[in-house]
Design a protein around this ligand. Structure first.
Ligand code: LIP
Length: 276
């Protein structure tokens, strides 16, 4: 079995370097552009950090491939092949970055034969480096991570996101999902504004579940893997098998919690990331 530790170590180094660039830019004046909706933003720093990461990785591993949020926004196709592939979100939580709300992350997943081999999430304002390698567990700043193992939905703290969609169906589905969850009841519902950091809370046991409809593979590929390696369960929002291109994800402390949430939430239709 191939050992991708060299790539992981290189990924950890460049994720930290990228995080330093994000951190120094967060206090500065930003030029903000809109992408798919008034809540889907991009700045010069998103583009600069993605280029910095891709250039550094390509220089070291010239045959590897990339799926990057801003390259896709600029017209590249999302194509997950069997080749070693780095899936990059240079700033997960761009709206937070623009407002200086202190949860922003560099997210990097690495796949081979379409299977994730490692995931890295660097929450740079908090200086928290989350990572996991296949079969070797999940870590935060070098300390092992474990999901809570909670099985009782009524004792769960659940994380979700408002998302960038602003059409009526997406908004009514998102708000009614939160309403039905609160009525279950659960202990509470939270949203940090970055899917990557949200999901890492499930890996730490600080939250028991996370679900989201409408995010992209670069938002969640790394953190979904970190949850799995921390002993959590990752599925589609209806409890079926997770597909990182589907724009739906649930990550939870146990299968019982997945079931409890899947029974009350609904999804709205989203175009797959790998649709032509
Ligand atoms: C964002 C996510 C956030 C989600 C937004 C968006 P970006 O990623 O992490 O949690 O609600 O829809 O996808 O655009 O900041 O990389």
């Amino acid at each position: 079995m191939a050992d991708w530790s060299d790539c992981l170590n290189f990924g950890l180094t460049v994720a930290k370097q990228a995080g330093e660039v994000v951190l120094s830019a967060i206090q500065q004046q930003k030029e903000v552009k809109l992408k798919s909706s008034p809540a889907d933003l991009v700045t010069e720093t998103d583009e600069r950090v993605e280029k910095l990461l891709v250039d550094a990785i390509r220089n070291r591993y010239p045959l590897h491939r990339f799926i990057g949020e801003e390259s896709v926004a600029a017209g590249e196709r999302v194509e997950l092949s069997d080749a070693p592939t780095w899936i990059i979100d240079p700033i997960d939580g761009t709206v937070n970055f623009v407002h200086r709300f202190p949860f922003v992350a560099v997210s990097i997943a690495f796949t081979v034969n379409k299977q994730t081999e490692f995931g890295i999430v660097y929450s740079c304002v908090e200086d928290k480096l989350f990572y996991a390698q296949r079969g070797r567990g999940a870590f935060l700043n070098g300390e092992p991570l474990h999901a809570s193992g909670q099985e009782d939905i009524s004792r769960c703290l659940v994380v979700t996101e408002i998302g960038a969609e602003r059409d009526d169906l997406a908004l009514s589905t998102m708000t009614s999902n939160i309403f039905r969850l609160l009525k279950l009841p659960v202990h509470g519902v939270r949203a940090l504004g970055t899917a990557a950091v949200d999901m890492c809370q499930v890996a730490t046991g600080g939250a028991d579940a996370y679900y989201h409809i409408g995010m992209h593979c670069w938002d969640i590929a790394a953190s979904a893997f970190i949850v799995q390696e921390a002993g959590g369960v990752v599925t589609d929002t209806d409890g079926s098998a997770f597909d990182m291109m589907s724009r739906r994800v649930m990550a939870a402390s146990s299968s019982a919690v997945v079931l409890g949430i899947a029974q009350v939430i609904r999804a709205f239709p989203c175009r797959r990331d790998d649709d032509e």
